[in-house]
Design a protein around this ligand. Structure first.
Ligand code: ATP
Length: 261
C-alpha cells in the first residue's frame, strides 16, 4: 500500500531523514520504533506532506505522492494523528470531529453516520460532544484525535506516539481500539512509538529508526528478541504479544516517562 524509498527530509540546513526506506503492506500494522529525536515525527510529517521531501519516493497504491499537497494526500486516504494530539481546544468535541472531514465532499447524513461510528468506538466522547476539547483528559483527547482522523475515512492511519503522556491503562484502551479498527474497518496502520512494549504487541511488522535511517527491520518477535532493541527500548526485557483478550499480561507497561524505555 505504502512504499517509502530513500526518503530524505529536514529543516533549514538540517537533514533529519537520510534515506529512509520501508513498506506498509495493505492490512498491516507497521510499527516504527525510535528514541527521542530519531526522526519519527519528521517521517510522518513528510509522508503527510507537512514537511517537504528533499529526495526519495513515496508511493501509495502504485502512485507517487511526494509532490502532492497535504490535502490531496488526505483525499488519497492518508490521515495523521499528530504527536501531542493538536486538537482545536476552543472548539467542541463535535466541531473537532467535523474538522476531520474537511477534505471530503460528503452529505450531512454521511457525516452524521460517521460521527456515530466514531462514537461507537469511543463511547466516552459521546457524553462530551458539546464540551470544549480543552476540557478533555489526556486519554479522551487522544481518542478525539484518532476520531478526528477517522472522519477523513482514511485507508492508512498514521499514528504519532499515541501513548505519549498517558497512564498505562489508558494506553491499553487506545491500542485496543486501534486493533479493533484494524480488524473491523480493515484499516492499515503505521504506528510510530517510543513505547516498544505496546507497539510490538500489536504490530505485524516493525522497524527501528536511528539517526534518520532504518537500523533494523523484522517481525515483532524478531525485534523483541534483538539485543539492541531489548537494551534500548525494552529495558532488557523480552516483549510478548497480547493474550487472546487483547491484554498483555506479562509486561511492565509503565511508560510515563517518555524516553524511559
Ligand atoms: P520525538 O520523540 O522527540 O518527537 P522524533 O523521533 O519524533 O522525536 P523528530 O521530532 O522527527 O524526532 O526530530 C528529529 C530532529 O529534527 C531533532 O533533532 C529535532 O530537534 C529536529 N526538528 C524537529 N522539528 C524541527 C523543526 N520544526 N525545526 C528544526 N528542527 C526540527
Amino acid at each position: 500500500m505504502l512504499r517509502v524509498e530513500e526518503l530524505r527530509a529536514g529543516y533549514g540546513p538540517l537533514d533529519v531523514l537520510h534515506g529512509v526506506s520501508f513498506e506498509t503492506p495493505p492490512g498491516a500494522i507497521v510499527a516504527v520504533l525510535g528514541a527521542n529525536g530519531a526522526g519519527k515525527t519528521t517521517l510522518l510529517r513528510t509522508l503527510t506532506g507537512l514537511v517537504r521531501a528533499r529526495g526519495g519516493r513515496i508511493t501509495l497504491d502504485g502512485d507517487r505522492i511526494e509532490r502532492l499537497s497535504a490535502e490531496q494526500r488526505v483525499r488519497r486516504g492518508l490521515a495523521l494523528v499528530p504527536e501531542g494530539r493538536e486538537l482545536f481546544n476552543s472548539l467542541s468535541v463535535r466541531e473537532n470531529l467535523l474538522m476531520g472531514a474537511f477534505a471530503r465532499r460528503a452529505s450531512r447524513a454521511e457525516i452524521a453516520a460517521d460521527i456515530a461510528r466514531v462514537l461507537d468506538y469511543f463511547p466516552r466522547l459521546r457524553e462530551r460532544l458539546d464540551q470544549s476539547a480543552a476540557s478533555l483528559s489526556g486519554g479522551e483527547g487522544q481518542m478525539l484525535a484518532i476520531g478526528r482522523a477517522l472522519m477523513a475515512r482514511p485507508r492508512l492511519l498514521l499514528l504519532d506516539e499515541p501513548s505519549l503522556g498517558l497512564a498505562p491503562a489508558i494506553v491499553e484502551t487506545v491500542f485496543d481500539v486501534v486493533q479493533q479498527l484494524h480488524r473491523e474497518q480493515r484499516l492499515t496502520v503505521l504506528l510510530v512509538e517510543q513505547n516498544a512494549h505496546m507497539a510490538l504487541g500489536i504490530a505485524t511488522s516493525a522497524y527501528v529508526i536511528q539517526g534518520g535511517t532504518i537500523a533494523l527491520h523484522g517481525s515483532p518477535e524478531e525485534l523483541a528478541r534483538s539485543s539492541s532493541v531489548r537494551d534500548l527500548y525494552l529495558g532488557g526485557e523480552t516483549a510478548s504479544r497480547p493474550d487472546a483478550s487483547g491484554h498483555d499480561t506479562s509486561l511492565d507497561t509503565s511508560q510515563d516517562a517518555p524516553g524511559g524505555l
